[in-house]
Design a protein around this ligand. Structure first.
Ligand SMILES: [Zn+2]
Ligand SMILES: [Zn+2]
Length: 344
């Protein structure tokens, strides 16, 4: 099979590799779509992902495809089934796994991070990591399940009350998913702040009540105009640059919750406005991966309530993973997908 191996900082090579062997509890997935994640971009530049990376490894943790073969102990899936894969495999034994916080596992394995993933024609995964997709769901959409599941965990942590107001700082693919989830959570008004015009247009098409260009406009002043109040009840930062964190804190009003959702560069810091945290009684929440939300994300995708068509802007064959990663980093793209095999 064709597989794109990550060999170390900024080195990717497409190789002809053997089709992976499966154990009794595994399934072999014929990968039709695998999203390029911000985490892949970090790993490509030599940083760690949700777990440490030991090259050579096949990256790609946002995969969907068709079951090709099943191990002898597999009971819930059959060849031909369409599936999306939850990449995160927990040890089940550490203190976090045993206190209901499995995603904070001390011994986390992740498909496409520290075991071979979806930037290849085939990927072997345990049956329990697979969630069924309806037959009529494009597998490109299926590849959006993992990012949507991460966004769902973030939205759960943000506790959006029906009737509340939300500011999403950053209108990339993640921001556009969070915008839609904020809407589904009952927010009365959702505003997106984003410097790139194409992304602001996408936000408006996907239901934002207003957009702000943070480079040309004063964010707190525009926000007051758009929401009729000085700040939003919930502010979600998902841009991953220091200016966005600053903006998020400036857009918080009394009693706001700030969800710091983006994956920061290792070592990034921010000088916290402690007086605001105290006087405005701010709640600051982090969000890490997708504990128990993959099934809900698959259900949302199967139901069609999340609009994914405008979010996926580019697709590449697996041999062009370098190019796909560069496009994912560019302001021209929202979500970039790699398609190792065409199912449809
Ligand atoms: Zn991801
Ligand atoms: Zn654990």
């Amino acid at each position: 099979m064709k597989a794109a191996y990550f060999l170390g900082k900024e080195r990717i090579e497409t190789r002809d590799a053997p089709i992976p062997e499966i154990g009794p509890e595994d399934v072999l997935v014929h990968v039709a779509a695998c999203g390029v994640c911000g985490t892949d971009v970090h790993i490509y530049h030599g940083d760690k992902g949700s777990a440490a990376v030991a090259p050579p490894v096949i990256l790609g943790h946002e995969l969907a495809g068709v079951v090709e073969r099943t191990g002898s102990a597999v009971t819930s899936l059959r060849p031909g089934d369409r599936v999306t894969v939850d990449p995160n495999i927990y040890c089940g034994k550490c203190r976090y796994c045993r206190m209901g916080k499995k995603h904070l596992c001390e011994d986390l394995f992740a498909v496409g991070v520290n075991r071979d993933g979806g930037f290849a024609e085939y990927c072997a995964v345990p049956e329990r990591q697979c969630f069924p997709l309806d037959q009529d769901i494009p597998l490109r959409y299926g590849a959006m399940t993992e990012p949507l599941a991460c966004c769902l965990h973030g939205i759960d942590r943000a506790h959006i009350a029906p009737g509340g107001t939300v500011l999403v700082v950053g209108g990339g693919a993640i921001g556009l998913l969070l915008l839609q989830l904020a809407r589904l959570s009952g927010a009365a008004r959702v505003v997106v702040s984003e410097p790139v015009a194409m992304r602001r247009d996408a936000a408006l098409r996907l239901g934002a009540d207003g957009v702000i260009d943070p480079v040309r406009e004063d964010v707190p002043a525009r926000l007051t105009e758009l929401l009729g109040e000085p700040g939003a009840d919930t502010v979600i930062e998902c841009a991953g640059v220091p200016a966005a964190t600053e903006q998020a804190f400036r857009a918080a009003k009394r009693g706001s919750t700030l969800l710091l959702f983006s994956v920061p560069r290792p070592g990034s810091t921010y000088a916290l406005p402690l007086e605001d945290v105290y006087q405005k009684e701010l709640t600051i929440a982090g969000s890490f991966i997708n504990p128990d939300t993959h099934g809900r994300a698959a259900a949302l995708i199967n139901s069609g309530v999340i609009d994914l068509a405008p979010v996926i802007t580019h697709a590449y064959p697996v041999e062009k993973l370098d190019e796909a990663i560069r496009m994912q980093m560019s302001a021209q793209s929202l979500k970039v997908i790699v398609e190792p095999w065409h199912a449809d």
